[in-house]
Design a protein around this ligand. Structure first.
Ligand SMILES: Cc1ncc(COP(=O)(O)O)c(C=O)c1O
Length: 408
């Protein structure tokens, strides 16, 4: 195995990663050698990303649709040249994301945001091939600038079909009072002049059958407008790379839309691209007995590094750990901030945990790296790629400056 440490100017010597007490507690089925990376560290496995990209490319080519990466879910831009070989491009939800797509993927973004900033809009136009507006008033406000722009930009409206199977309100854009998208009663019988596309996003980690039921409602409510549009963007939430996802059913749904309405179909998943492609490596800093509960204090934070665990909430898998069992050693996992709720519990291990043990949180690439904060001044985890040739490439370690830059 070859370790490439060449990139980090703040890099400690490799020995720093192997503290005397650092040891890896799992001997079998390990995805990679967790003791050979710094801690904490996001590690993406290139092979796993490739597996996902191949599956997505199959859908894109078989259905003759556009499949673009939603940066909000996965923005490890070092992989963009690879992603670009398999997907059609990317979608941005802000000027920063649109610019990152332009600079690192060398294409223009499909951009959508709930509202645009007037002083950013020239740049939004520069970096975008498509712009979707969340309301008619946003469209009316920016339409004159689009019309005057020296290059055509394909514009769309986000619709709210008022149908979503997402159970968690936090992730459901169709709940009453949602600010996301235009309901049918707000639209007339013809698309506003200059509008070429419609966009809905109502899925979250769903399968093709949820999409089929959603499409029934979309067609019933917006079918007449679909006949007038050039494209339909069906948002994200299509977990095409989850085991068991029926890709051929999805392809059939897309083909139905294409033949019925003569539409270019666009899908913009985020999760599906980085689904199960990597890990967050952490180290046990302390073990304490809290009123009878064994707590492992880690060098990561759920609040700062894995906020979805607390927001959703969900309990991430740790390699080698199970739910509590009588013959195992059970620990609550505690984060390194002072937030009382910065913990996830409870996990059971075959052997008692030791200070210095490395733990590997599974599936920690999508919606984690993009959401990290330096709350409490905690450092951001390093970022690295476990390459196809079984070498580790450390891309970045973060220091004081990353913390300070956010504060003034
Ligand atoms: C408009 C839009 N498009 C695409 C996505 C990506 O969704 P996912 O990562 O679940 O595929 C989101 C996620 O919130 C979104 O809001």
């Amino acid at each position: 195995m070859h370790l490439d440490y060449s990139l980090g100017k703040y890099m400690p010597t490799p020995q720093k990663f192997f503290t005397q007490k650092s040891s890896f507690i799992f001997s079998t089925n390990m995805p990679f050698q967790a003791q050979n990376v710094p801690s904490p560290c996001f590690v993406m496995e290139e092979n796993l990303l490739l597996r996902n990209l191949e599956r997505l490319q199959y859908v894109r080519q078989s259905a003759n649709c556009d499949l673009i990466l939603a940066l909000k879910g996965f923005a490890l831009y070092h992989t963009f040249p690879l992603v670009k070989q398999y997907l059609s491009g990317a979608t941005a939800s802000s000027l920063n994301e649109a610019r990152l797509i332009f600079e690192e993927m060398h294409c223009r973004a499909h951009t959508y945001a709930p509202a645009y900033l007037a002083h950013e809009f020239d740049q939004i136009m520069f970096y975008s091939s498509h712009i979707t507006f969340n309301s008619l008033s946003q469209w009316e406000r920016y339409a004159p600038r689009i019309r005057q722009y020296h290059r055509p930009i394909s514009c769309g409206l986000r619709i709210n079909p008022q149908y979503s199977e997402v159970q968690t309100d936090m992730y459901n854009p169709c709940i009453a009072g949602s600010r996301l998208g235009i309901t049918r009663d707000q639209l007339g019988n013809t698309l506003p002049e200059g509008i070429e596309g419609l966009h809905f996003h109502t899925l979250c980690e769903n399968d093709s059958h949820t999409l089929a039921r959603t499409l029934e409602v979309v067609e019933q409510r917006f079918g007449d407008l679909l006949h007038q549009a050039k494209w339909l963007n069906m948002g994200g939430g299509h977990l095409i790379t989850r085991q068991g996802y029926d890709a051929d059913h999805l392809i059939a749904l897309i083909q139905h839309l294409q033949s019925t309405y003569d539409l270019q179909i666009i899908l913009e998943p985020g999760s599906a691209i980085a689904w199960q492609t990597g890990y967050l490596v952490a180290e046990v800093l302390d073990i304490i007995d809290s009123q009878g509960v064994q707590v492992a204090v880690l060098d990561v934070s759920f609040a700062a590094h894995m906020p979805d665990c607390l927001e959703m909430p969900y309990k991430p898998r740790i390699w080698g750990a199970t739910d509590p069992q009588a013959d195992r050693y059970t620990y609550r996992m505690g984060g390194m901030t002072c937030l009382a709720g910065d913990y996830i519990g409870d996990y059971a291990f075959e052997q008692p945990l030791q200070i210095g043990n490395r733990l590997v949180f599974d599936d920690m690439i999508h919606y984690t790296m993009v959401k990290t904060t330096t709350f409490n001044g905690v450092g951001l985890p390093a970022i690295g790629i476990w390459k196809k040739d079984d070498s580790f490439q450390l891309l970045r370690q973060f220091g004081f400056q990353s913390y300070k830059d956010r504060l003034g």
